[in-house]
Write a protein of this length. Structure first.
Length: 139
């Protein structure tokens, strides 16, 4: 169980570090900001897509372990299923967060920033601590 928790922590922190690195690179002007501000049509389409994706990811990431098939798998194959579903849950939440961060700096549209912050606020509820990992396979 400790190994699975350790690997899930590595996944979580690596994706979070990627988002923080993007923020640092753009804020220190190492990468140029606002490359796509002129393209309003693609901004509209990507805003619509990312709103749906981020809202769906927040719901699915927070509720994933409550679905019957996932819960049954966690009860039957504890460590293997926890690694599988735990990493899927982290990717569901953090990949759109990284995309929102990147799109925020490409378009300088605050909608992307707020969507990324919303997904960031979901992370404390799914952060893979040892006690949470044990509780998710024992309920």
């Amino acid at each position: 169980m400790k190994e699975v928790c350790k690997y899930l922590n590595i996944i979580c922190l690596c994706l979070l570090a990627m988002a923080i690195a993007l923020v640092l690179l753009f804020e220190t002007d190492i990468l140029p900001v606002g490359l796509m501000t002129y393209d309003k049509q693609s901004e509209f389409v990507l805003t619509f897509i990312m709103e749906l994706l981020s809202l769906g990811a927040a719901f699915l990431g927070l509720r994933l372990f409550r679905f019957k098939t996932v819960h049954d798998d966690l009860m039957a194959r504890t460590d293997v299923a926890l690694f599988k579903w735990g990493s899927i849950r982290l990717f569901i939440l953090e990949v759109p967060m990284v995309l929102d961060t990147l799109l925020y700096y490409f378009y300088m549209n605050t909608t992307f920033g707020y969507l990324g912050i919303m997904l960031l606020l979901c992370l404390p509820f799914v952060y893979p601590t040892l006690s949470r990992c044990e509780a998710e396979v024992c309920e």
